[in-house]
Design a protein around this ligand. Structure first.
Ligand code: PBG
Length: 325
């Protein structure tokens, strides 16, 4: 035998030397859920080891992230129920929950890269990601104005990057123009370009109290059966000015991640969503899988082509990477 691949698996150092894909703590973005109120740090029942934080309780969490080397957070705001209305107005309140959280995080550590999820479902009383027509259809073009207002308000509060997750047509252009007209042309947009109508968001909707009160999101989020469409969505976002593309969810869509990566040169993010986290976490907690499954599955997302990974496992992964797993 002239060729023996096992030679390069002989010991740990050699394996490290020839490793093709390297997961780094710099690749990771950690989602944070911010709630109204004071003195709140409460575990989210659908997402074990992930917490709701009130703004005043963010300090320890941010410091822990910094210590672990995690430099990016993705913020989700959860307003009071009575603050929700058909237009999601609380979403662009300059003193809203996300806006206050941004200011607080920047005060705790100005180097933390604060990315905000821009969407309306947490702020509308009907739970849809936009403004409804009388018949209950999400009015695309009307929604764009509101999304742009939310994005501008986040950036005014100090956000470093905005991440629209609504899946309206034309939102990147609308947001880009609004940001530019306010003098924020230096702020990047990480677009949830390829976002599927996925059952894997279930635990998140419980955490964010954002499930639609009627119907589903299939008229705006993508059909899980489609992958050519992922290229159309990516291309449109690039033409409209997106700086980073994203595929979401990740684990059931590794083929889509690879296709987008092979076709476009923009940095590509993948969102390993709440359902993926909940599945793996419960298997590990119950002793069915070892912790290595977390590393292996996140590695598979990177190997598929993601440069950036948004994951609730960011802290676990940072610890594993520190221990040179
Ligand atoms: C808001 C939004 C959702 C997620 C991120 N942004 C929920 C949804 O579209 O219903 C899901 C994230 C996760 O499941 O971890 N539109």
């Amino acid at each position: 035998m002239l060729r023996r691949p096992r030679r390069l698996r002989a010991n740990r150092a050699i394996r490290n030397l020839v490793r093709e894909t390297k997961l780094n703590v710099e690749d990771l973005i950690y989602p944070l859920f911010i709630v109204e109120g004071e003195n709140i740090k409460s575990e989210i029942s659908s997402l074990p080891d992930v917490y709701h934080f009130s703004v005043d309780m963010l300090e320890d969490e941010i410091k822990e992230l910094v210590e672990l080397g995690i430099e990016h957070v993705l913020l989700f705001g959860i307003p009071h129920d009575h603050e929700k209305d058909p237009f999601g107005s609380e979403g662009y309140n300059d003193n809203g929950i996300v806006q206050r959280a941004i200011r607080k995080i920047k005060e705790i550590d100005s180097n933390m890269n604060v990315i905000t999820d821009v969407c309306m479902c947490e702020y509308t009383n009907h739970g849809h990601c936009g403004i409804l027509t009388e018949s209950g259809y999400v009015d695309n073009d009307k929604t764009l104005e509101y999304l742009a207002k939310i994005a501008v308000s986040h950036v005014k509060a100090g956000a470093d990057m905005v991440a629209p997750s609504d899946m309206m047509d034309g939102r990147i252009k609308a947001m880009r123009e609004a940001l530019d007209s306010e003098g924020f042309e230096h702020i990047a947009i990480m677009s949830y370009s390829v976002k599927y109508a996925s059952t894997f968001y279930g635990p998140f909707r419980e955490a964010a109290n954002s499930a639609p009160s009627f119907g589903d999101r299939k008229t705006y989020q993508m059909d899980p059966a489609n992958s050519d469409e992922a290229l159309i969505e990516s291309e449109l976002d690039i033409l409209e000015g997106a700086d980073i593309l994203m595929v979401k969810p990740a684990l059931s869509y590794l083929d889509v991640i690879r296709r987008v990566k092979d076709n476009y040169d923009l940095p590509l993010a993948a969102y390993s969503v709440s359902g993926e986290y909940a599945m793996l976490k419960s298997a590990v907690k119950n002793g069915i899988l070892s912790e290595g499954a977390i590393y292996e599955s996140t590695m598979s997302i990177k190997r598929a082509g993601a440069d950036i990974i948004i994951t609730y496992f960011a802290k676990d992964l940072a610890k594993m990477l520190k221990n040179n797993m």
